[in-house]
Design a protein around this ligand. Sequence first.
Ligand code: 5AD
Ligand code: SF4
Length: 515
Amino acid sequence: MSHKTVRLKTHFLFWLYDRKGEKSGEMYNEIDLDKIDIHAEPPMEEPARQYYYMAKCREWVREFERKNGHRPCFFTQTFGCQMNARDSEKLTGILKKAGYAEADSEEADFVIYNTCTVRENANLKVYGRLGVLHGYKKKNPNMKIALCGCMMQEPSVVEKIKKSYGFVDLIFGTHNIFKFAELLWAALISERTVTDVWDGTEQVVEDLPLERKYSFKSGVNIMFGCNNFCSYCIVPYVRGRERSREPEDILREIKGLAADGVTEIMLLGQNVNSYGKTLKTPIRFAELLQRAEKIEGIERIRFMTSHPKDLSDELIQVMAESKKICRHLHLPLQSGSSRILKAMNRKYTKEQYLALAEKIRKAIPDIALTTDIIVGFPGETEEDFLETLKVVWTVRFESAFTFIYSKRTGTPAAAMEEQVPEDVVKDRFDRLLHEVQKIANERAQLLTGTKQMVLVEETNSRMTDYVTGRLSSNHVVHFPGDASLVGKIMQVSLDECRGFYFMGRATGASLSGLE
Ligand code: 5AD
Ligand code: SF4
């Protein structure tokens, strides 16, 4: 599928220079909204149109402040995956650019839920929280409530919200999140619910503001959507077809992040291994990684998620030779039974998965392999489940996310007969979790006593004078330190393994190039 990239007009560009004085990225967060004529007609091109609406919202915010004596505040709640977390940084960036202050609770003037619908539980949580929000809105008539994300791509959800939760002010989906400033403006001036959900898009809009949660690490979208149609999964229906960003745009963003102090990036996509295949000038994911690796200032590269069917030998080799790509690969297994894998439309067999895992472990001996497993897929027998356990015992994952199968309306699996009884699923889930945890602990134990490089992420909320950091393998370690270490890469001795995490002590000075 072709795609359209809409780039910022040159007159809006602000360049950021790195220490060598070379142009390294664009500071779109620096765009001066006061220079935009909000009384003129809105521009048609993106993202200039969105900056125009940000300027209009900012004027509204100033008026609010004049009337109420304080700035309006917002709260963003994110459900689901890393892609949603990254999208929420965009929402936050736009709200801040418009002048909103960030609140620390949902008792705010503007609350937005970025929803997930991958499993039913996520949906139920949103409906539950909406009841609470309604209570807040009764106390604060200025309050606006917005819903976006994957759940909103389901027509039945939007219908239900309109019928039973009429107090919601704004509903939009995953394809037009770039239009958030325009939609926010529409919601601010409207008394009725503003709804704008698109079926799909070919657009990739670049250069909108965003507010990173961490100063030193960042997600970077490399592609959107998914073409795989695993039979249980709703993602292809709510996130649309695969669209890759142009490599130049991605690399430009990473250079900008590096110049802004980011040392770790996480390349994000539903299936990063098929990145670039649909671009006019196709490029392989392994190639993109090699180009990203050359960017000065970036010390660590992660990526998420890989599909076993598309993981190439080239990628394994690039990872093995890389100094920057983290020793962690998330490789969803879903089931260890070839029969169930076929029904899931995963396009690999148990044997192929095992061969791939072995190949990876051999090529990169210090790799941490993690996975996703679903139990209770329709028709799963005890034998099928035992096959899954066998794969878990064989591969010995460093960690695994285990899920109870959730029936998603509209997916092929929802129509399959032989849905597995709840008590059987629960029993299998508990048995799987027990094995997964036991193995994860045993794997972690192997690292005890070693010294590892750790990126310090935060001060520890429970133990004063401790910080928490992450190994290249994604394991977590707590060790004595203070806020000055956050964002630095330290050498840490892993003195004690406590199941999934370590207690350690710093044994080497900061190696971050930020000093
Ligand atoms: N039920 C349970 N788990 C699911 N996942 C996706 N769809 C479903 C579903 N219907 C899991 C898969 C995927 C992870 C992100 O969520 O394991 O890898
Ligand atoms: Fe869903 Fe499969 Fe696409 Fe992952 S690869 S998002 S599980 S359809």
